[in-house]
Design a protein around this ligand. Structure first.
Ligand code: OAD
Length: 246
């Protein structure tokens, strides 16, 4: 039997698992990350121009076009083996909470249920002034208006300087506090409050497994195990090691 400290054994013995995913898990579905030095969105665009309420007030057309293009890119994207492995994992452990910073909806499309979306969802729109949700995403070039109050529609994502959806944040904090194992997958862990979740879990004794090709820019800390490589390969491997006979 593998020693207790191996990540697969920790996972197999866990009763409560919290998973936090970031853009890296969708990278192999063809969706750019944010901070990759060459292809990341924030290497090519300025977040202040596109992902703040002030940017939308200044130039709503520009912001709308950028999100519309990202949404178009999503139509061609499919969940990859990393997303699918997390669906399988939720059947293996007694309790799993899947928390994501991604707005691409690929976890749900892979079959995950009850996903905690910390940063909203790119496929939804709400109005800028009152937050009325629109029934569908209007695929128009011009910024559409809310059918209820006439204010401009914006993507239902969290922008810099905005509060996270409080119910989602509450669920994420609860899951981190109660976890035996905290899995951080494909995130640079640079954006708060998501970045602190792994330390909240670790403080209460959880093992932290980080799945990422690199630990560049990330603090290791005690009880942190780094599994180096792409999520689409490491997650399925981790599951087959933990449950070899399946
Ligand atoms: P980042 O772009 O900051 O980080 C992506 C991480 O994925 C990096 O650590 C990469 O090393 C890793 N990565 C790349 N390819 C991978 C692969 N195939 N498998 C696993 N990991 C891989 O993205 P996030 O951490 O998600 O917020 O960024 C957090 C937030 O910052 C986003 O939700 C977004 C952004 O600004 C908002 O828009 C509010």
């Amino acid at each position: 039997m593998a020693p207790i400290s191996t990540p697969a054994t920790l996972l197999k013995r866990a009763r409560r698992v919290a998973v936090l995913t970031g853009a890296g898990i969708s990278a192999e579905s063809g969706i750019p990350t944010f901070r990759d030095a060459l292809s990341g969105y924030w290497a090519r665009f300025r977040a202040e121009d596109l992902a703040t309420p002030e940017a939308f007030e200044r130039d709503p057309e520009l912001v709308w076009r950028w999100y519309r293009e990202r949404r178009h890119r999503l139509r061609d994207a499919e969940p990859n083996p990393g997303h699918r492995a997390l669906v399988t994992l939720s059947d293996k452990v007694p309790q799993l909470t899947l928390i994501t910073q991604n707005v691409d909806g690929l976890h749900a499309r892979a079959g995950s249920t009850g996903v905690v979306e910390l940063h909203g969802n790119l496929t939804r729109v709400r109005c800028f002034d009152a937050g009325h949700l629109a029934p569908e995403f209007p695929d128009t070039e011009a910024v559409p208006r809310c059918a209820r109050c006439g204010s401009l529609l914006r993507p239902d994502v969290v922008w810099f300087g905005e509060l996270l959806p409080q119910a989602a944040l509450h669920r994420a904090l609860e899951a981190a506090r109660r976890a035996d194992v905290f899995l951080s997958v494909g995130t640079s862990n640079l954006v708060e409050p998501a970045a602190s979740l792994r330390w909240i879990a670790a403080e209460r004794g959880a093992a932290v497994l980080v799945i990422n090709p690199t630990m560049d820019g990330q603090r290791r800390g005690p009880g942190v195990h780094h599994l180096a490589g792409p999520a689409s390969r490491i997650l399925p491997e981790l599951l087959s090691e933990a449950w070899p006979t399946d």
